[in-house]
Design a protein around this ligand. Sequence first.
Ligand code: GLC
Length: 532
Amino acid sequence: MAQDKYLWWQKGIIYQIYPRSFQDSNGDGVGDLKGIITRLDYLKWLGVNAVWISPIYPSPMADFGYDISDYCGIHTLFGNMADFDQLLTEVHSRDMKLILDLVPNHTSDQHPWFLESRSSKDNPKRDWYIWRDAKEDGSEPNNWLSVFGGSGWEWDEKTQQYYYHAFLKEQPDLNWRNPEVQKAMFDVMHFWLDKGVDGFRVDVMWHMVKDDQLRDNPPNPNYKQHESTYEQLIPAFSTDQPEVHDLVEKMRDITNSYEERVLIGEIYLPIHRLVTYYGHNNNGAHLPFNFMLINIDWDAEHIKSKVDEYEGALPEGGWPNWVIGNHDQPRITSRVGTSQAKVAGMLLLTLRGTPTMYYGDELGMRDVPIPPDEVQDPQGLNMPDKDLSRDPARTPMQWDDSENAGFTSGKPWLRIADSYRKRNVKVQQEDEESMLLYYRKLITLRQKEPALHVGDYVPVQAKPPLLAYIRQHENKRILIVLNLSHKPCVFRPQYQNYKGTIVLSTAPERENRKVEGNISLSGDEGIVVALE
Ligand code: GLC
């Protein structure tokens, strides 16, 4: 395939913005669309191609925007439709793309659809949600649990039935077996695609269809006490049902009826289940999000085996992708430590497939400890003893060393890292050794080298704690060697003598050095070598 056959979402880099925390423009302490617009030049400078924004729609904010009460509007906190239109124009004028969050599995309990549905048993929208009678003894229709703790069923006094909610009780699940629901949500997709948005990240795609008999989920024999109570059961009947693929296919058809739009699925499943979301003959999601680097033990053996398993499991024509952090997960720098964070960035940006970055990771932002009385995330509040709050990874972007890190002139909705005066965009832009300039170099290199953005992936044998692979395209071959430990190690190639020049290293002083044969690496070093 000639290189120009690759689409933007294959060659490019996606950057996730959590809109509450990126840039505030009106001093209310919450980020907004106008704020994002003022930071687009930064994103262009950084070198990313597409921006995915978490939900910006009208919402009671029980789950910070993932509980939507109007799919075709803009929450006043974030601005208005004119601001959105301007954002889209400004993104496009910089030759970038805009991806929206689509949340089809559930609405807010304040959405007019649900208000109607719960108004009476014979309301025409009753069947838009999942309503069931109690068992004889009054208990829930089955044992399904909510991801955010407690039962997945909520009793409705007025109509004397339970409704199902995979997340909060304020987020009732839609009944996707109902064709009217499908039509309503497909209309939403058209609304935004007609405006010119470049695609969707589909929230909890694997949850959308449930077992038609609503059978009990089995207990999880591997459940550990510290885990979320949701993990007590295996969601065998409440998620990942075969019929979901018909829906994804329909969503893909809609996406395909516009030019070069992308359909991304949020799916937390093991590799062999995940890849089924590419669909038969690739008629499913373009990019079923691959969260493997988020869940994995940070050592060379685990990573190598999983990367290779993923490469091997991808269907023909299925384009890979990698995610290293998002608004639901601890930040990468906190997970692997500051010293490994550059290595992690190199892995994300040199593996084969579309990388998705999470705002602030390019600064090495860490999870910010939030005192118990300031916790806002419902997952944290509902299971207080389990430390599951997602707030620490959602704190405001650190732009400069002025008060509130340049994020807001008011009181930020979530506290800002104490370290922001040192760790911020402005300071790091001036510091050759900073995480930010390192990320920018890495991104620039990836963008320039077809071997890195579209090349093949060739595993290379290396002794742990080293991880090595080659990316190659036409005659160009690039060797990547990552030291996943803090101690110096020697890469001793077997079978082959690699000769080339280090074009990028986590330790800049090593750049432009020629290497051949055995290559020694410092602790926590990663190198990119252009082979001769
Ligand atoms: C997804 C979102 C998460 C949200 C949940 C319910 O996992 O990423 O933030 O809480 O869905 O919508």
